[in-house]
Design a protein around this ligand. Structure first.
Ligand code: RTP
Ligand code: MG
Length: 158
């Protein structure tokens, strides 16, 4: 005799999951914190369905930024970018979920807030302020390798 429970579909949580859970580093940059948009960024991450694994308000140091932005050293916007990132506290966040690395980049929108699509964080909340570097509210890791490296820099104890 078959038990009724055996014929029911499995709960979603017990289905085999084929995609590995990813982690990404999100930063609400000093312009976003200053403008009171930290909560709005966290709200969008959570509304999308991702989970917050760590959230900490931090004042970046020149050493941390030199490591975080090593790939941009020598570019014309490097020095203004570091100055901007030192201009106030940053909210550092680890967000978790399948596809969260490209998923958050999609929520963030294009680097230039003027070009970022409406509906994105940068498109809805950012603009060009005529400064030496784009103040574009958020950072998101761009690959699994970057995410692992950046999480290690911002959350050495995680
Ligand atoms: P992020 O790393 O912050 O998530 O941004 P992204 O990948 O979209 O942009 P990326 O090319 O990595 O540049 C890092 C940050 O540098 C500033 N930037 N300004 N021409 C400019 O004014 C310019 N180019 C880059 C932005 O703050 C950008 O997010
Ligand atoms: Mg980048």
């Amino acid at each position: 005799m078959t038990d009724v429970a055996d014929t029911l579909p499995a709960e979603p949580a017990t289905l085999d999951q084929t995609d590995a859970v990813e982690r990404t580093l999100v930063l609400v940059k000093p312009d976003g914190v200053r403008r009171g948009l930290s909560g709005e960024v966290l709200r969008r991450i959570e509304a999308k369905g991702y989970t917050l694994a760590a959230v900490e308000l931090k004042q970046a140091t020149p050493e941390l930024l030199a490591a975080h932005y090593a790939e941009h050293e020598g570019k014309p916007f490097y020095a203004p970018l570091v100055d901007f990132m030192l201009s106030g506290p940053t909210l550092a966040v680890v967000a978790v979920g399948q596809g969260v690395i490209p998923g958050f980049r999609s929520l963030a929108g294009a680097t230039n807030p003027t070009e970022a699509a409406p509906g994105t964080i940068r498109g809805d909340l950012g603009r060009d302020w005529g400064l030496k570097v784009q103040q574009n509210l958020v950072h998101g890791s761009d690959s699994p390798e970057s995410a692992a490296r950046e999480i290690g820099l911002w959350f050495p104890n995680l």
